[in-house]
Ligand binder design. Structure first.
Ligand code: CAA
Length: 385
């Protein structure tokens, strides 16, 4: 089914098989329902926690599975192949809600926060975007003002994944208002629930509807000093580094959705008969499927390559952005063509491809729009002009 050129290890292949089996058994049967009802599949996440999927790339000493980053990427791809919404919440938990603590936390923070997150006792969440600070993430208006032995947090966050199921939120707030732009921002871990913290109603989204997306509000929340993540006033780079890696997982999310849509389209084209023969036998349809397979294979190369650079400890900012940009744009195109191949049936909820198309669109927006990826890539190849 997959090209043999990806050189996965036996462990990575085994993990992929295990996650695929789980996804087919537990995730796929609920995908249409959670899209329809917009209900978060909390039971699925409990089972993912029991299987160790929520802690794949973290060491066993912190409750993780001790596997490598590519294994996690394969898991995101496999979950997304059957359900984008579950895949998005999964990627947000690992890449955004848990990784910053592992990479930037003190030993005490790691010991305290990582085991419940990696075992799935609750989910992790990540608050960077605000109503007026989206692509311009450095324009954070939320403040955390020094008040002796703690900070007082005020402000709001927007488009946040998983908050209703999270007990920790990694967030940014301006701690030094005398510094301009993205300088003077700090990263924090906020323990929830806590006085002054609340979240708003679940967003009614086009796609990824099972995934929990809400605004957050902070009204004079007391943030202990020990909850600073990384260096005080130097939190913006913590978030940028987190997004560098998160973008590889959004690439995997888009790739998985595209793979699922392609498989549906190929299956349909081989069984649907018109003019007395399967429509796959017509060059127009066969050519579309060939293009879809080619785009998916190219995206897979970019996503796995970025993951391998990260595993090797090499720079991957450009490659992660390229992987996300390319995979998310081809994912929308592949899903769009999958609908076309299904004809009128593809335009109905009877077949999953319209859901996949709606889900895929988010990958061109979340964790940095395609326009932001182009800025990141162009700065890497051209420098700051
Ligand atoms: N790694 C480390 N540091 C980095 C970095 C990186 N990849 N990129 C930038 N930095 C550092 C810079 O070195 C600079 O540091 P100094 O102040 O010490 O010089 C600082 O960060 C500011 O960098 P820039 O001048 O490049 O910042 P900018 O204001 O021009 O913005 C940007 C750059 C790429 C546009 C950035 O704002 C960005 O990525 N925007 C998109 C944000 C985004 O992806 N949001 C989605 C969040 S996901 C979410 O919130 C929802 C959810 O739950 C899924």
């Amino acid at each position: 089914m997959f090209s043999t050129t990806f050189d996965l290890t036996t462990e990575q292949e085994d993990l992929r098989r295990m996650v695929r089996d789980f996804a087919e058994r537990e995730v796929k049967p609920k995908a249409a329902e959670i899209d329809e009802t917009a209900e978060f599949p909390i039971d699925t996440f409990k089972k993912m926690g029991e299987l160790g999927l929520l802690g794949i790339p973290f060491p066993e000493e912190y409750g993780g599975a001790g596997a490598d980053y590519l294994s996690y990427i394969l898991a995101v791809e496999e979950i997304a192949r059957v359900c984008g919404g579950t895949g998005l919440s999964y990627a947000a938990h690992v890449s955004l809600g848990t990784s910053p603590i592992y990479y930037h936390g003190t030993e005490k923070q790691k010991e305290q926060y990582l085991p419940p997150l990696t075992k799935g006792e609750f989910l992790g969440s990540f608050g960077l975007s605000e109503p007026n600070a989206g692509s311009d993430a450095g324009g954070t208006k939320t403040t955390a003002i020094d008040n002796g032995d703690h900070f007082i947090l005020n402000g709001a966050k927007q488009w946040i994944t998983n908050p209703a199921y999270a007990k920790t939120i990694i967030l940014t707030a301006k701690t030094d208002t005398s510094q301009k732009g993205s300088r003077g921002i700090s990263a924090f871990v906020l323990d929830t629930p806590t006085k002054g913290y609340s979240f708003g109603k679940k967003e009614d989204k086009l796609g990824m509807r099972g995934s929990d997306t809400r605004p957050l509000f902070f009204d004079s929340v007391v943030l202990p000093k020990e909850n600073v993540l990384g260096e005080l006033h130097k939190g913006f780079p913590v978030f940028m580094q987190t997004l560098d890696a998160g973008r590889i997982s959004i690439g995997a999310l888009a790739l998985g959705i595209a793979q699922g849509a392609y498989e549906e389209a190929a299956k349909y084209a081989k069984t649907r008969k018109q003019f007395g023969q399967p429509i796959a036998s017509f060059q127009g349809i066969a050519g579309m499927l060939a293009d879809m397979a080619t785009q998916i294979e190219a995206a897979r190369h970019l996503v796995y390559h970025a993951a391998r650079l990260k595993m090797a400890g090499r720079d991957f900012t450009k490659e992660g952005a390229m992987a996300k940009l390319f995979a998310s744009e081809i994912s929308s195109k592949v899903c769009y063509d999958a609908i076309q191949i299904h004809g009128g049936y593809g335009y109905t909820r009877e077949y999953p491809v319209e859901r996949m198309w709606r889900d895929a669109k988010l990958c061109e927006i979340g964790e940095g729009t395609s326009e932001i990826q182009r800025i990141v890539i162009s700065r890497q190849i051209l420098g700051r002009l």
